[in-house]
Ligand binder design. Sequence first.
Ligand code: PEP
Length: 267
Amino acid sequence: MSVKKILIFNWKMAPQSLSEAKRLLTNYKRPITNNEENKKEIVVASPSVYLVYLSSLSSVVGRKSSVKLGAQDVFYENSGAYTGEISPKMLKNLGVKYVIIGHSERRKYLGETDEMINKKVLAVLKAGLKVILCVGEPTRSIKYKVESIKQAKNYIKKQLEKDLKKVSNIKYQVSRNLIVAYEPVWAIGGSHSDTPEDALEMIKYIKQTLNSKFYILNSRVLYGGSVNSKNIGDFLKRPEIDGALIGHASLKVEEVKKIIEIASKIV
Ligand code: PEP
């Protein structure tokens, strides 16, 4: 049986009002199909201020819902005096199913360290939620491509070693609940994606590393970085690429519809 591909739409810090968020969400619909293989998992990672409202909508609750809700971050404790933070339990009780952890923008602007990210990964897995762990190298040289890919692999191996420390000790279904998003930092921002060939090489490497270092088999590994309706097909048609994390394009109504439509035709 092939692994179900997943599309994660990261709204980042947008839109600016609940009414816009409601309107935007209505565009996230899975095409009606009887072919189970073509039913993609669709996740909207909304700013946390909208999660309460969005979680009450029939389109995002229930087993047959067309979209699932994701959070863009979480704290690593379930209780205590941590002003401003949101716990894994709070998200779970709200019906949120996925949590993005370690996004490069949080690593860069909020000073998130691998140690913090590791604590978050462990807390979210323990809460029974799905983790979308973002990893990716900061730069890549086109001129020295082979050398540069080697360096990128090394960089990501180190990130995985730190971010997934002690994950093997968790008895929960780690493989099923851990999703890794390969997001080369230089490709994030909506204008220059990685090539599907190079992304595939990196994704295969991440899968091998999960397997050999952490005994994690069958976790899904996605590509993220300037994915849009023009390139989504090229990424998703490769069987080893289990889905995509989409940033900027997730706020553009026509793009969202096209991306979902194109993805639904790829098994
Ligand atoms: C992201 O937010 O993780 C992302 C990949 O953004 P973009 O699609 O805009 O590059």
